[in-house]
Write a protein that binds this ligand. Structure first.
Ligand SMILES: CC(C)(COP(=O)(O)OP(=O)(O)OC[C@H]1O[C@@H](n2cnc3c(N)ncnc32)[C@H](O)[C@@H]1OP(=O)(O)O)[C@@H](O)C(=O)NCCC(=O)NCCS
Length: 337
């Protein structure tokens, strides 16, 4: 069984930026409220011509170019998203066509903000068979929020990140992983309308029910801190590591207060918990990859670093992943602040 190696990372955020002050002009909110509750100062937002597939394509193409690999070499394209291009077919099929990755098999996975790390576990099984995988996490959440709901609209942004995974012993190696779900909590964070349980009707739309996010923020906060910390402890224990041996925590960028609380729970100095939530807000399935791409392009990651990635999101689902840096890999982050 071949070891999976992350060989290159591509990331893309749309060029359009929406600041908290700009949001305050269309919602009853303020820069001060958003900053102090979440740490978010701005978010990048897809323009009218941009979609989940176009963002995914931009990130995937960057990863392939950084690895100097042809799209023809790709065996599988996996797109993790909660904001798909359309109901059917999979967003990954559009990305395959845009890339010209004619040999590839393409499929989507939906796992909320922890979905990318859950999918990384699945992707390793494919790479173990000698295959090359593009694992992409993408959200266009600004087209999925209820712009009349100030408690959710301020939290999210758009972006895409791609790992190019091949068999190999160099690059960044995914090691111990843990993930779990609790579907009993599905009602706390979801997009309840538009599926087969609540199909959209003119009446529902007239009542203001669309494909938008519903969230009970306080409950999410509490569960997120508990499960991210617990998952992190589990993978550290399985690896026989202490938190002091972790060079960086690379968390899902939900909210600065969640990151601070997780750091405290794990007794890890906040300076070792990477955060750029101020710039990009919560980008769901893209978040961990954007963070890693940002760190690599800043030169923050060094050979032999042990990285601990943790995430939590709808489902609820949560995940932790240890990443061993044998050698820092090439990364490109398009439209990085
Ligand atoms: C969303 C979150 C920031 C709200 O902070 P909070 O301190 O829990 O705030 P509450 O929801 O209790 O609301 C407190 C007050 O602020 C108000 N408020 C909510 N959003 C606001 C906004 N954007 N601007 C101004 N006021 C706002 C509420 O209406 C409420 O007012 P009231 O007391 O008059 O009723 C916080 O719960 C949170 O971070 N949750 C986790 C969210 C998350 O990260 N989700 C994704 C996980 S993957």
């Amino acid at each position: 069984m071949a070891t999976a190696s992350i060989k290159a990372i591509g990331a893309y955020v749309p060029p359009t930026v929406i600041t908290n002050d700009e949001l305050s002009q269309r919602l009853d909110t303020s820069d001060e409220w958003i900053r102090t509750r979440t740490g978010i100062r701005q978010r990048h937002a897809a323009g009218p011509e941009e979609t989940t597939a176009t963002l995914s394509y931009a990130a995937a193409r960057s990863a392939l170019e950084e690895a100097d690999l042809s799209p023809q070499a790709v065996d599988w394209i996996l797109v993790c998203t909660d904001t798909a291009e359309m109901w059917s077919p999979a967003t990954a099929c559009f990305v395959q066509a845009m890339l010209g990755a004619e040999r590839a098999s393409a499929i989507d996975l939906t796992g909320g903000c922890a979905g990318f790390l859950q999918a990384l576990t699945l992707a390793q099984g494919i790479v173990a068979q000698g295959k090359t995988v593009l694992l992409i996490g993408t959200e266009v959440l600004t087209k999925a929020v209820d712009w009349s709901d100030r408690s959710t609209a301020v939290l999210f942004g758009d972006g895409s990140g791609a790992f190019l995974l091949t068999p190999g012993e160099d690059g960044i190696i995914p090691r111990q992983a843990f993930s779990q779900s609790d579907g009993r909590q599905a009602d706390i964070l979801n997009k309840p309308y538009g599926g087969t349980r609540n199909p959209l009707t003119p009446e529902l739309v007239a009542e203001g029910h669309h494909h938008t996010i519903h969230m009970e923020g306080r409950k999410v906060f509490r569960h997120a801190v508990h499960h991210m910390s617990d998952a992190a402890r589990r993978v550290l224990q399985e690896a026989g590591m202490t938190s002091e041996q972790v060079a960086w925590v690379v968390p899902h960028q939900a909210n600065q207060r969640i990151l601070d609380a997780v750091a405290k729970e794990l007794a890890i100095p906040p300076a070792k918990v990477f955060s750029h939530v101020a710039h990009y807000a919560n980008t769901g399935s893209a978040s961990v990859v954007l963070a890693l791409a940002d760190m690599l392009t800043q030169g923050l990651i060094r050979p032999q670093d042990q990285l601990l990635s943790v995430a939590f999101g709808s489902g609820f689902s949560w995940a932790a992943q240890l990443l061993e840096v044998r050698s820092p890999v090439p990364a490109r982050f398009v439209n990085k602040d």
